[in-house]
Design a protein around this ligand. Structure first.
Ligand SMILES: [Fe+2]
Ligand SMILES: [Fe+2]
Length: 177
């Protein structure tokens, strides 16, 4: 039987998010505004769920300080906040543009703004896949890993806000952290 690897699922989520955004931009350039708006909103919501899960099930187990190829939770949290702000801003901006009527000039300006989000997301996902997921796949206890797997299998409203192992004051296995 194939084992469920929560970190592979999280990395797959990154790919799904990238595809969703690419489909949104494809809809934009063909001027399919309603479809572009739906896809942008799906991207924002899925991104928010993904971030919520990482914040609750991964970041409590990050080292407190910077270590070689490891970053503290505050670095990931700051990126999450910036990414979510940009995603919300884009949704609002596009809705406003649609109400006023999208022109070629405003469409180009929107695509420029989207480039910033794509750039930051690309860096963020790469950092998680090469550092956070790799380190935590070794550092998490079996219980912590099971909690993450359970969270990935269940819809967000069924998840506890704080993982059981974090509530119990579990110590991350980071020497020197
Ligand atoms: Fe993240
Ligand atoms: Fe992520």
């Amino acid at each position: 039987m194939l084992s469920f690897d929560p970190f592979a699922v999280l990395a797959d989520e990154h790919a799904v998010l990238t595809q969703l955004f690419a489909r949104h931009q494809a809809a934009l350039v063909t001027r399919a505004w309603a479809r572009a708006a739906r896809l942008l909103d799906s991207h924002r919501k899925r991104l928010a769920q993904h971030i919520e899960l990482e914040e609750h099930y991964l970041l409590p187990y990050c080292p407190r300080e910077k270590l070689p190829n490891q970053w503290p939770a505050r670095v990931y949290s700051a990126e999450h906040q910036r990414i979510q702000e940009l995603a919300s801003k884009l949704n609002l901006r596009f809705a406003k543009l649609r109400r006023r009527g999208v022109t070629t000039t405003t469409l180009i300006a929107l695509l420029d703004e989207e480039k910033t989000l794509k750039h930051i997301l690309g860096h963020h996902h790469a950092r998680e896949e090469t550092a956070l997921f790799v380190n935590l796949s070794q550092a998490l206890s079996e219980t912590q890993r099971d909690e993450l797997a359970q969270a990935l299998r269940h819809p967000p409203h069924c998840r506890p806000m704080v993982p059981v192992s974090a509530r119990a004051g579990a110590t991350p296995r980071y020497p020197g952290s």
